[in-house]
Design a protein around this ligand. Structure first.
Ligand code: GLN
Length: 378
């Protein structure tokens, strides 16, 4: 066969988690919690199953859940989405991203991404026949060079993919970024795909500058969100996409034949759980404590900490420790020191010289402490 993705191997998340398991390392690589999903939420899933919600959900998702999402979005960001036509429940963020790209990117359309970029963006663009136009961001700030974005734009530019809070760099878009972006897309036929799966994981009282806050951006955006991250249930693979009706209509044409619909009882459970806004408004405090505790621990090591404004990832540079490539170092760290991390160079299509590792701190305090004890030995 002729590979459609000749450059693509197995995703780093699978590679590192498998290695961590194989050698018995503390797995701070792939992002998922090692603590429990909220018991009340699990109970609600049980109840939904007992109540017989075990057959196909409607193709766009359970209405009660779409309604809760619409209410939450309006309350938090002021945007009004019609649950009937503008919200679809997906099998996690990744499916939503793939679906949105497949729905609107035509062969030879150009899509701008910022690297390091989450690893599913570029393959999805390529499978749609699109052209990846990547701009490299650099530590420690990873700011988007908007003048370079401007220079990349031409009449083939179909989409810009944004991610805030950003995986893997833990940065967030600022008001200046929104202003620049708004000026760039104004009067242009450019769509936005905004990956906001960490929207509730923002620290130090900062604001989530999601597309739903800005009518000029919102009207051209697919916004992708997740329930796995906020509700400590990454294995459930339930998320959603919001977009204006003319975009959502195209999205659903793909969604219906990709998955048709997603897990029904979990949708009923989350619809109930979302009624209490504290379930997500308490998250910044919860994770900020972990961030601060982990950062304090890492300060005792020879790693240098990069800023962390959001997500549950902490990146570090390691120039004081070794001049190995990050991917080599990550393997050695896992095998010899038994702590697994993600080497961030895999998130650049052309590779990079930046020596940065990403650790996930969505872990019990004892797990983080144990990892730090091992990292101190470096
Ligand atoms: N979002 C998770 C991370 O960045 C991984 C998702 C996945 O494994 N596909 O670690």
């Amino acid at each position: 066969i002729i590979s459609k993705l000749p450059q693509t191997g197995t995703t780093i998340f699978t590679v590192m988690s498998a290695l961590a398991n194989e050698v018995g390392a503390i797995n701070l690589s792939q992002g998922f919690p090692d603590f429990d999903t909220p018991p009340r939420l699990v109970e609600l899933v049980n109840t939904a199953m007992k109540n017989g919600h075990n057959q196909y959900a409607p193709m766009p998702g359970v209405m009660a859940l779409r309604e809760q999402i619409a209410q939450k979005t309006e309350r938090l960001y002021g945007a009004v989405y019609n649950p009937e036509t503008e919200i679809t429940i997906t099998a996690g963020g990744t499916q939503a991203i793939f679906t949105a790209i497949t729905a609107v990117v035509n062969p030879n359309d150009e899509v701008i991404i910022f690297e390091p970029a989450f690893d599913c963006y570029a393959p999805a663009i390529k499978l749609a026949g699109g052209i990846v136009k990547s701009l490299e961001l650099s530590p420690p700030d990873y700011r988007i060079p908007w003048d370079m974005v401007r220079r990349l734009i031409n009449n083939k530019t179909r989409m810009i993919i944004l991610n805030t809070p950003h995986n893997p760099t833990a940065t967030i878009l600022q008001q200046e970024d929104i202003d620049e972006l708004s000026a760039i897309v104004k009067n242009q036929d450019i769509l936005i795909l905004s990956d906001e799966v960490y929207e509730h994981l923002i620290y130090d009282g900062e604001t989530h500058h999601g597309m739903a806050r800005y009518p000029e951006l919102q009207k051209r955006s697919f916004i992708v969100a997740s329930f796995g991250k906020p509700f400590h249930a990454t294995g459930w693979k339930v998320g959603y996409c919001m977009a204006p009706a003319f975009l959502m209509q195209e999205f659903r044409k793909v969604h219906q034949f990709l998955v048709f619909s997603v897990n029904a009882p979990i949708q009923y459970a989350i619809a109930e759980y979302l009624k209490d806004e504290n379930t997500y408004l308490s998250l910044p405090d919860f994770f900020q404590q972990k961030r601060d505790h982990f950062r304090k621990g890492l300060e005792q090591t020879r790693f240098e900490l990069l800023p962390c404004a959001g997500t549950y990832f902490q990146s570090v540079t390691f120039n004081n420790i070794t001049d190995e490539k990050d991917s080599d170092f990550a393997l050695r760290l896992t095998k010899e020191f038994r702590v697994a991390a993600i080497p961030t160079s895999v998130f650049y299509t052309q590779g990079t010289d930046h020596h940065v590792l990403r650790f996930c701190f969505a872990k019990k305090q004892e797990t983080l402490d144990k990892a730090v004890d091992r990292l101190i030995k470096l």
